[in-house]
Design a protein around this ligand. Structure first.
Ligand SMILES: Cc1cc2nc3c(=O)[nH]c(=O)nc-3n(C[C@H](O)[C@H](O)[C@H](O)COP(=O)(O)O)c2cc1C
Length: 213
């Protein structure tokens, strides 16, 4: 297959300064709504990139689970690779690509752990099976095989089934809040002349700039 001949023209929408306004989180909220309403697969999926102790960028998908005072919230295992990266270097980027809408959003910013009480609250809200899954997985460690996971899952599933209120969030699992310092919106346009608006935070306000595509 000749992938160099795959081409698509972007014609669905535009992003003007007037449409965008001065608050990037408002634009993001609108675009997220559009993505959810459009029925695309995993509209809240975002690529989180962290930096390893050796200085290599490392990317993976996580799910956006909330917006709070302009911060983006996600949940994971604190002892995973990403958790280790963030404890050494609490800076990250987040990227959303909504292909069907011909849109991309890029964030750069600082990451902090959520308070335990917030992580507890979210943990309790998850389906029983997902909570067991979080308890079973020592995320990003090498394991002997699939059997080990399935066995441990069944054991804990049976153990807590009758008394789910005894379940506690494992201390190694919880949330992070990502505080954006820069946000860029990309809307595909015809002839590769896409719209790019970038917002940079200075103090409490945002500076908006148009970037060449
Ligand atoms: C659609 C999708 C959603 C995911 N959501 C999460 C998530 O919310 N939290 C998480 O820890 N991992 C999530 N993952 C798994 C991560 O991509 C990754 O495999 C895992 O977190 C381990 O990453 P690490 O070894 O870099 O820490 C998701 C993967 C996909 C494809």
């Amino acid at each position: 297959m000749n992938i160099s001949s795959i081409r698509k023209d972007y014609i669905k929408d535009q992003l003007t300064e007037h449409m965008a306004g001065l608050d990037p989180l408002a634009v993001f909220g609108n675009w997220l709504d559009d993505a959810v309403k459009s029925g695309i697969c995993e509209p809240t999926a975002m690529v989180l990139s962290t930096i390893s102790p050796e200085g290599y960028p490392s990317s993976r998908v996580v799910l956006l689970k909330g917006l709070d005072k302009g911060r983006l919230l996600f949940y994971t295992n604190y002892t995973s690779n990403k958790g280790r990266h963030l404890s050494g270097n609490p800076r990250a980027s987040l990227l959303f690509f909504w292909g069907e809408l011909e849109r991309q959003v890029r964030f750069e910013g600082d990451v902090t752990k959520l308070p335990d009480s917030d992580s507890d609250e979210y943990f309790i809200s998850r389906p029983y099976e997902s909570r067991i899954g979080a308890m079973v997985s020592r995320q990003s460690t090498v394991i002997n095989g699939r059997d080990e996971l399935d066995r441990n899952f069944s054991e804990l599933f049976d153990k807590f089934k009758a008394n789910q209120e005894d379940m506690r969030r494992p201390a190694y699992w919880g949330g992070y809040a990502f505080d954006p310092k820069s946000v860029e919106f990309w809307q595909g346009r015809a002839n590769r002349l896409h719209d790019r608006l970038r917002y940079r935070k200075t103090g409490d306000s945002w500076i908006r700039e148009r970037l060449s595509p």
